[in-house]
Design a protein around this ligand. Structure first.
Ligand SMILES: [Zn+2]
Length: 306
C-alpha cells in the first residue's frame, strides 16, 4: 500500500496535468499579430498557432498538411478578414472538416469587426487586376487603437467559448489595455516631431499606422497592391520622391529590396525595413514590440536624414 500510494498520486498528478493541457482552448489565427493578442488575453488557458508567420507576406501562405491538422483541432479561428486570407484559407478550411470554425459559427472570429478600416471602396468592387485589397485596406491591425478593439473582441469571444475563464480574460484584457495606453503615449511622443512627413512604402500596408502617427503616404513602389514594380512606375516614384522631398522608403521585410535600393540611389531617400507583423524579426515577440521596433527605426532614419 505504502508503495502503491505514491505511484497513484504520481499518476493522478500526471493525469491532471495532461487534462489541464487538453482543456486549453486551441486558437488558430491567420496572423502572428492576432495570435500574440490572443495569447495576451488567453494566458495559459489557450494555445495559439499562426498560419502566416510574421516574416512572410500575409497575403500569400503555402498550405501545409500541418496547418490543416491545426485547423481540424481548433476551437477558435481568428482571421483578419477583408480578403487578406482569400488566397489560401478556404481550401484548408474545407479540408479541416471542422464546422465550428466556419464563418457564422462561434468558433470563427473576424478581427476586423469594429476596427477602423481605411480605403473602403466607394464604387462597385471590380477586382481591378491584381488588387489584393478589394474591400478596404486589410492591414488595419498596425494601429494601436485597432489593436485595442481586436483585444476586446478576442476577450469577449474567449469568454463565450470558455465561461469558466471569463474572469481571467477580463483581467488580462484590462492589463493589456493599460499597457497599450501607456505605450501609445510613448509612441505618439516619439513620432510627434515628424508629423506631416511624406513617405513612400513598398506595399500599401501602412495607411492606419500613417494616420495614427500623422505621416503622409504619397506613393507605393508597387503600382497596385500585389503587383510587382514596373520600370515606368518606378520612374514616377523617383520623380515623386524628388519633388516632394520624401526622406524614407518603408519596405516590408519579405520584399526584394532591388527596386527600393535603386530608387534610393537616384533620390537620396533611405530604405528602411518596416515590420507589418509580430515575428517579422525575432525581437518582435509581441504586439507592443511591433510598434517599438517600427517607431524606433523611423525616428533613427529621420535623425539621419536631417
Ligand atoms: Zn496588402
Amino acid at each position: 500500500m505504502t508503495r502503491i500510494l505514491p505511484a497513484v498520486f504520481a499518476l493522478a498528478a500526471l493525469l491532471s496535468v495532461s487534462s489541464a493541457a487538453e482543456a486549453k482552448l486551441r486558437v488558430v489565427t491567420s496572423l502572428q499579430d492576432l495570435a500574440a493578442i490572443a495569447q495576451s488575453i488567453g494566458g495559459d488557458r489557450v494555445d495559439t498557432f499562426a498560419l502566416a508567420k510574421g516574416y512572410q507576406d500575409s497575403h500569400f501562405v503555402d498550405a501545409k498538411p500541418s496547418f490543416i491538422l491545426q485547423l481540424s483541432r481548433a476551437d477558435l479561428l481568428i482571421v483578419a478578414g477583408l480578403e487578406l486570407e482569400a488566397g489560401y484559407l478556404a481550401p484548408m478550411l474545407d479540408q479541416s472538416r471542422n464546422d465550428k470554425i466556419h464563418a457564422g459559427n462561434r468558433g470563427y472570429l473576424d478581427a476586423s469587426a469594429g476596427c477602423e478600416i481605411l480605403q473602403r471602396p466607394t464604387t462597385q468592387v471590380t477586382r481591378a487586376m491584381g488588387d489584393v485589397h478589394p474591400f478596404g485596406n486589410p492591414h488595419y491591425w498596425i494601429d494601436p487603437a485597432n489593436g485595442r478593439v481586436i483585444a476586446r473582441s478576442i476577450a469577449a469571444r474567449l469568454s463565450q467559448l470558455d465561461v469558466a475563464g471569463s474572469a481571467v480574460y477580463q483581467q488580462n484584457l484590462a492589463a493589456f489595455e493599460q499597457r497599450l495606453a501607456q505605450k501609445e503615449a510613448e509612441w505618439t511622443a516619439k513620432m510627434a516631431p515628424y508629423a506631416g512627413t511624406r513617405i513612400v512604402t513598398f506595399h500599401n500596408s501602412w495607411p492606419n499606422f500613417a494616420k495614427r502617427f500623422k505621416l503622409n503616404v504619397v506613393g507605393h513602389v508597387e503600382p497596385k497592391p500585389g503587383i510587382p514594380p514596373t520600370p515606368s512606375h518606378t520612374l514616377e516614384i523617383i520623380n515623386l520622391i524628388k519633388d516632394q522631398k520624401v526622406p524614407v522608403i518603408l519596405v516590408e521585410p519579405y520584399f526584394d529590396k532591388k527596386t527600393p535600393n535603386f530608387i534610393a540611389t537616384k533620390t537620396g531617400a533611405e530604405v528602411v525595413t518596416f515590420y507589418p507583423s509580430v515575428g517579422g524579426t525575432p525581437a518582435i515577440k509581441d504586439y507592443f514590440a511591433l510598434f517599438d521596433t517600427n517607431v524606433d527605426a523611423f525616428v533613427a532614419a529621420m535623425k539621419r536624414a536631417r
